[in-house]
Write a protein that binds this ligand. Structure first.
Ligand SMILES: C[S@@+](CC[C@H](N)C(=O)[O-])C[C@H]1O[C@@H](n2cnc3c(N)ncnc32)[C@H](O)[C@@H]1O
Ligand code: SF4
Ligand code: SF4
Length: 330
């Protein structure tokens, strides 16, 4: 029997990027559509329906080939067109239609679009306004209000003009969860307001345990500001996660990792993640990112030390897979 496929993300996600709207999260570059004008908002559904139908007929779009989120339909029965006339509503919205930032991390995968200019005052996105589109999505009943999970990425929201208005529209419609990835250089008072009514996850890449290393990675001298803000965030009823991205030749050593964990302990932050720099082209050997042997030792060290300091050391599944394979893409 002919195989038929399904993707949950495709049905539920709207990822607003600079030039396109993707139907899956930031770690995939799956099918997309050009950003529609609010009056053409239904184009989002039309394109999604055609993708759902394609998968149902066993045709995998080029952008989905090899994706581990693709599921084979277990009990295939013909997809009813009537189901598609009432398409699933979006329950995950990712905001990354701007690339401006108030620092310029040497590893940043996004900043090539902003020319790596450090922006201090909030400004409009260089690409498009998202607020009118979100308003139209609500008006056309295309959002699952009860289940909505909003992720702010970017760029850094502290310099996004629309941030306040976007927070307001999501909050006034009853969002279930808000995740904010930020560099933490500027305190976001909006978080205090959001966390009164909904679950908030704030994640911050600090990547260092001291001012010198921080400056080398972030290219701005804002370590002290960040620490002050972390102390304030640590007092709020939110999930606060700190991240450390291993950057080759800069912070890829035990001393810095220990300083970072010590700092977390001092501030009283419990959740930590250790990641690998995904853009480091120096890893590229024969078309593959090879993980250096000493990285395995660093991951071991990180987990042992974190437990000693009573910190939860998290390593994402996809990072574990990369470590198991010994390379990024195999
Ligand atoms: C592009 S940032 C935007 C949000 C915010 N400015 C921040 O830094 O958290 C989104 C996430 O991507 C991560 N990121 C950026 N470049 C990366 C890289 N080369 N390797 C791994 N993660 C990266 C950042 O740490 C951040 O958590
Ligand atoms: S199968 Fe993968 S690439 Fe395709 S829409 Fe789903 S998550 Fe995105
Ligand atoms: S803070 Fe985020 S957006 Fe800004 S340069 Fe760093 S990773 Fe990129």
């Amino acid at each position: 029997m002919k195989k038929r496929y399904f993707c949950k993300r495709l049905n539920e996600t709207l990822n607003f990027d600079a030039q396109k709207v993707f139907y899956c999260c930031a770690t995939r570059t799956g099918p997309s559509i050009d950003v529609p004008k609010p009056k053409n908002i239904k184009d989002i559904i039309k394109r999604r329906n055609s993708l759902i139908k394609m998968l149902d007929r066993g045709i995998i779009p080029e952008e989905c080939k090899g994706c581990f989120d693709l599921e084979e339909q277990k009990n295939p029965k013909p997809l009813l067109i009537s189901q598609l006339s009432k398409p699933p509503k979006a329950n995950m919205i990712i905001v990354k239609h701007f690339k401006q930032c108030d620092c310029s991390c040497i590893y940043c995968c996004e900043q090539y679009l902003s020319g790596r200019k450090i922006v201090l005052k909030s400004k409009k996105s260089d690409y498009y306004d998202l607020l009118p589109i979100i308003k139209e999505l609500y008006k056309q009943n295309m959002i699952d209000k009860k289940e909505l999970d909003v992720h702010f990425q970017g760029g850094n929201v502290s310099v996004l003009d629309e941030f306040n208005d976007l927070v307001n529209i999501f909050m006034s419609n009853g969002v279930k969860r808000v995740e904010i990835a930020t560099n933490g250089i500027k305190y976001l008072p909006q978080i205090e307001r959001i966390c009164k009514d909904t679950f908030v996850d704030v994640n911050i890449s600090i990547d260092a345990g001291c001012r010198e290393t921080y400056k080398k990675i972030k290219t701005v001298d804002k370590f002290d500001d960040l620490i002050e803000n972390l102390k304030k965030y640590a007092k709020l009823p939110i999930l606060l996660r700190l991240k450390y991205i291993l950057v080759r030749g800069v912070n890829d050593n035990k001393e810095e990792i220990e300083k970072y964990l010590m700092l977390m302990k001092e501030i009283g932050i419990k959740n930590s993640e250790l990641m690998i720099d995904q853009c480091d082209n120096e890893f590229l050997q024969n078309g593959e990112f090879k993980i250096p042997d000493y990285y395995y030792e660093l991951f071991e060290f990180y987990q042992t030390k974190a437990k000693e300091f009573d910190i939860e050391p998290h390593i994402w599944e996809y990072i574990k897979e990369i470590l198991d394979k010994g390379a990024f893409f195999k």
